[in-house]
Design a binder for this molecule. Structure first.
Ligand code: ATR
Length: 266
């Protein structure tokens, strides 16, 4: 009998800049797993057909922008965390059924725990109310943190605040870093631009400041925080930890963080 190489992939649109293949391939090499990891650009109109016709050839698939929400309607089973977050970033097989789960939330939690192991009762300000924000809120609710959310479009912050039973902040001018232990940017502000969602003098030296943006790694948001002596966490930490979680699901084995962290910078 011929043993087939296990196939994995990341699907998105566009997909050129995805770092998933290099992170997972580093794991294959380290643990001598005979597998491949492709980047597949799939147009939103073709997503449903791809899952029906092509997913069968893959042992697991990572799902990225803009498919994380759309894929919810196309799988056989959804893990509880993904259901509550409303987004799937990982697909795998279970008894011939396609299961969708979400490892972004565990990724966010583990990234934060690199600087703050005990998140319970910590006061956290979350900036942004998009898909990424939902994952971070879910993760920190499970960790029992005290959450506040601000968004440029206030109504969206209020909706999320109601759904997750957390505080909505209407005007950023009414608060500053001193009021919080942890401040997290989940907006796309800072992505390939030198902008920050908060004023330059917002932070306090006691803050732990986390940006999920990883292109660039050093954002204005983190740079302003560093300038007052705050502790900062860069976006690669979340990416690596969510990929480690996928690795565990797909291969049933743990991989050391350093292996993927090193691959991120290659
Ligand atoms: P993702 O899935 O990555 O979270 P998204 O759902 O498109 O992406 O959400 C983008 C987030 O970045 C939103 O919170 C958005 O704020 P609005 O709801 O007001 O649009 C936020 N965002 C994008 N550009 C922004 C800007 N220039 N200033 C402030 N917030 C911004």
């Amino acid at each position: 009998m011929m043993i087939m190489k296990k196939k994995f992939a990341v699907i998105g649109y566009p997909i050129k800049h995805s770092k998933s293949p290099q992170l997972h391939e580093a794991g294959f090499l380290e643990l001598e797993i005979d597998a491949s990891f492709e980047k597949l650009e799939i147009h939103p109109d073709d997503l449903s057909a791809w899952l029906t016709d092509e997913f069968i050839n893959y042992a697991g698939v990572a799902v990225t922008i803009p498919h994380k929400e759309a894929v919810m309607k196309l799988v056989d089973k959804i893990a509880p965390a993904a259901e509550k977050i409303g987004a799937i970033n990982t697909l795998y097989w279970e008894n011939e059924q396609i299961v969708g789960t979400n490892t972004d939330c565990i990724g966010a939690l583990k990234a934060l725990q690199t600087e703050c192991p005990e998140l319970s009762e910590k006061k956290v300000l979350i900036l942004g109310a998009g898909g990424a924000s939902r994952g971070v809120i879910f993760a920190l609710k499970t960790a029992n943190s005290k959450l506040s959310i601000w968004n440029r479009t206030t109504s969206k912050a209020e909706q999320l605040a109601e759904e997750f039973e957390i505080e909505a902040i209407k005007d950023l001018k009414a608060v500053d870093g001193e009021d919080f232990d942890i401040i997290i940017n989940t907006t796309s502000v800072g992505l390939k631009e030198w902008e920050s969602p908060v004023p330059e003098d917002f932070f306090s030296s006691r803050n732990i400041v986390f940006d999920i943006v990883y292109d660039p790694l050093e954002t204005k948001f983190l740079s302003d925080a560093e300038n007052v002596g705050a502790t900062t966490i860069t976006g690669d930490k979340m990416l690596v930890h969510q990929a480690l979680e996928q690795f565990k699901i797909w291969h049933g084995t743990e991989l050391e963080m350093e292996i993927m962290e090193q691959a991120f910078f290659e």
